[in-house]
Design a protein around this ligand. Structure first.
Ligand code: ADP
Ligand code: MG
Length: 485
């Protein structure tokens, strides 16, 4: 699409994120919540809405929602009621969904995203409420028949609703990355969009730049990855611009994203609040969230990614980039933090984790807990390199792999055993330098006449003579001194 036309408009985006909670049992029944169980095996009479059954609230679901609310600095609601929301599809047997309509457990708060290095933007939240998940309709397994699996019906969900303050698909992507990181740190959801334990609907509208009046919003569903959320939004913005440019109206509707074509198609006209016909759930007494309950949860809060990010930058002097990669996952971040309790070589330790360690984990597709690497290993490796005993590249390519095979052997012992200790003895190095310079008098002249690139050739020769063991940093310094004479 023409860039000038696009420039005329600004997009307004609000997200509704569904976060499936990692409780062992469902929100109103004791059925298991495991993923991948045989269809219709975790379905008690309560889940099936048999007459006479009564729902009972799972306290853990509240614990988890309070955790997330505290992490986002939301206000926690004291007195919580549930409502019935009319639901027309067969994947909830009751014909309604139990949800917190009037009293969401969390109100307000925000999530911080980092659109560019050194830039941050707070995305305010409207609310988070608890509700039950629906079952699954399975189309296409049997011809002309839709199969229903109610295992998922009643699994606790948090629905998180943002204010419409996101402006691009990229920002929506960043927002979801932050949410996923947060729920994983809190261990309240596995954050897996592919398995739909984290889901997102995007509300998109456009208006002319500088306008105060929001355009008609379209809701997009069924995006099963963060990249697809971004793509769907970008496409939707272009679709809406094209409509307005050709004088056609934008219809308030729900559209579905199709990943094969990256396009959206209309599912249905948007339901209005009146369609939901909310009414108070008479079978669940109000849930009182006391100060004491909130304090109990506060006491179990892990360090949060943002706090660790700030700490890594201000206390350990890391760049925003290094700190954000290290805080991507909780285990990795805490591993690094522990290393920094035992050594002051922060940057060196960070380089070990970001380079060889991450490389190794990615290559094997494993996590830190699956390899025998300890905090002490990294401390010793960093010290080995910083003391000048071994160069980083030798340590990374020759000592590190052996350490992973024989985690009990000390890095220094491996270095000695394999004869990898660098030569940092000045007089040894000076002898080598003198020998090499004497062998190439014409090159020395050329260097003195301004061909400074020859330095690399001298270094190469010296390294060869030392069988790769000359301390490169020290050699380079001594070499330059020798050439200045
Ligand atoms: P509904 O249940 O009708 O989807 P919600 O209140 O749950 O309504 O969600 C509304 C979402 O739509 C919020 O994320 C909000 O920020 C977003 N939104 C509201 N108005 C607009 C608009 N004009 N353009 C884009 N998003 C909007
Ligand atoms: Mg909604």
């Amino acid at each position: 699409m023409d860039g000038i036309i696009k420039e005329k408009y600004q997009a307004v985006i609000g997200l509704e994120v569904h976060i499936q909670l990692l409780t062992d049992s469902k929100i109103f029944a004791s059925d298991k919540t495991e993923y991948g169980a045989l269809p219709n095996t975790n379905i008690s009479p309560i889940t099936l809405a048999c007459p006479g059954t009564l729902p009972k609230v799972n306290k853990k679901a509240f614990d988890y929602a309070i955790k997330l609310g505290l992490a986002c600095e939301s206000d926690i609601t004291e007195l919580n009621f549930f409502s019935r929301k009319s639901y027309f599809y067969p994947d909830l047997p009751k014909g309604f969904q139990i949800t917190q309509e009037a009293t969401p457990i969390c109100r307000g708060g925000f999530v911080t995203i980092y659109p560019k290095e050194g830039e941050q933007k707070h995305i305010p939240l409207i609310r988070m409420h608890l509700e039950e998940d629906t079952g699954k309709s399975l189309h296409g397994i049997m011809e002309d028949v839709t199969l229903l699996d109610y295992n998922r019906a009643g699994i606790p969900l948090i629905e998180l609703v943002t204010t419409p303050e996101l402006t691009t698909g990229e920002e929506a992507y960043l927002f979801l990355s932050e949410i996923r990181k947060l729920v994983r740190y809190l261990e309240i959801c596995d954050g897996n969009m592919e398995e739909a334990s984290l889901r997102c609907d995007a509300n998109v509208s456009i208006m002319e730049k500088g306008s105060m009046l929001f355009g008609t919003r379209v809701e997009i569903k069924n995006m099963n990855s963060m990249r697809n959320v971004q793509l769907a939004i970008e496409h939707e913005i272009e679709r809406q611009i094209a409509l307005l440019e050709s004088g056609e109206p934008i219809i308030s509707e729900t559209r579905s994203f199709e990943s094969a074509s990256s396009e959206t198609f209309s599912l249905r006209a948007k339901e209005m609040a009146a369609d939901y016909r909310y009414f108070p759930e008479p079978d669940i007494p109000p849930v009182l969230v006391t100060e004491a309950w909130i304090n109990d949860i506060k006491a179990t809060m892990p360090p949060l990614p943002n706090a660790l990010l700030k700490k890594f930058m201000s206390l350990y002097g890391l760049s925003n980039y290094a700190a954000s990669v290290l805080t991507e996952g909780k285990a990795f971040a805490l591993f690094f933090d522990e290393i920094c309790q035992q050594t002051a070589y922060y940057t060196s330790a960070a380089n070990w984790l970001l380079g060889p360690v991450k490389g190794y984990l990615n290559e094997l597709s494993v996590t830190l807990s699956e390899i025998p690497l300890t905090v002490n290993h990294i401390v010793l490796l960093a010290e080995l390199v910083e003391s000048g005993a071994v160069s980083f590249s030798i340590a990374a390519t020759q000592i590190f792999p052996i350490l992973l095979q024989q985690p009990k052997e000390l890095p220094l012992a491996i270095a000695k055993r394999l004869n990898l200790i660098q030569d940092s003895n000045e007089s040894n190095l000076k002898t080598l330098i003198t020998e090499v310079l004497a062998a190439y008098p014409d090159k020395v002249m050329a260097y003195k006449n301004g061909k400074s690139g020859i330095l690399g050739m001298f270094m190469g020769e010296i390294m060869k003579k030392s069988q790769g063991r000359a301390n490169a940093q020290l050699t380079s310094k001594l070499l330059q001194e020798a050439l200045e004479d």
